[in-house]
Design a protein around this ligand. Sequence first.
Ligand code: KG4
Ligand code: ZN
Length: 343
Amino acid sequence: MILAIETSCDETSIAVINQSKVLSNIISTQFFHKKYGGVVPELASRAHLQNIAFLTKQALLEANANMSQINAIGVTTEPGLIGALIVGSNFAKGLALRYNIPVVPVNHIEGHIFSGFLAENQVDKKTNFPLISLVVSGGHTAIFYVKDYNNYEIVGLTRDDAAGEAFDKIAKLCGLDYPGGPLIDKYAKMGNKTKYNFPRSMLHSKDYDFSFSGLKTAVRYFLQKEFPDGVGDEAIPDIAASVQAAIVDVLVFKTINAAKEYKVKDIIIAGGVSANSSLRAEMTSQAANNNINCIVPNMSYCMDNAAMIGYIAEKKLEENPNNFNNFDFIVSANALRSKRKIG
Ligand code: KG4
Ligand code: ZN
């Protein structure tokens, strides 16, 4: 049994995993950041520190387990907010020393990549390697060519903002709360996505990279010109639908093209933005048109969660059972850009 810990940003999450089954996955979101319009790193660390022990007890209780049954701990060590990562990692080290068990450091993005394989109380969905994975969240937008659990290449990256960041910043320009992604999704359902033609940046670039900061600027100028006195409630649905279409079109087009070029049979989408209803529907239908299977995560595994960290920790442990007994690992804020060479 694995105890998994995720504290990279503003969710404190603890899960218990047993042979790819999720026995519990408690997620506590720090909603108080809303009033600051974004995550305040120092406050995030303090809230993780305050909640982590209680949430661990809860996760064990829900899994009907106790610490003496836990064989290893998986913890997110990168990328993320340094203070937040330190809280989870240090807690993991302390528990591991007390119970004399190994700790598996896990990359948060690797957790997301495979989150579509997770299912409550059942063994993971069948996997067809190699596959193409689109990880799309508030901090990251990347396409991976995944050969196996521990073997993948980055084939595309955002050159500026992440897609979730674009959703959030544009929502803010429209006067919507943080995080804006779910609200844009909600309003888009009532709007006309062809009403405004916002730019699809880098749609026809020959690579799999993305750029979303131009869209944000285009929407800012559009709002200043068309709605100088502020956007009224009645205008939000069409703007939301048109913005969402601009983002989803590029994500889907590039991911499907990558899947075709790399000749894979499966696409897996992951990360907070994979909760977007239009992205899920468009990716699934366009993949099907190309005889490709699209795996979408259960909603509870789209957002940051510890179950995905435990899942990949278990795979790493199976592959290298004796590799995780020294506790001198550190945390890192590193974004994916510096790791592009893996590809
Ligand atoms: O993976 P996640 O929980 O945290 C990060 O690692 O960033 O992703 C959060 C991001 C936010 O930008 C949020 O606005 C976006 O995911 N998001 C959505 C939706 N639900 C969450 N974006 C669009 N549509 C949604 N339904
Ligand atoms: Zn994430």
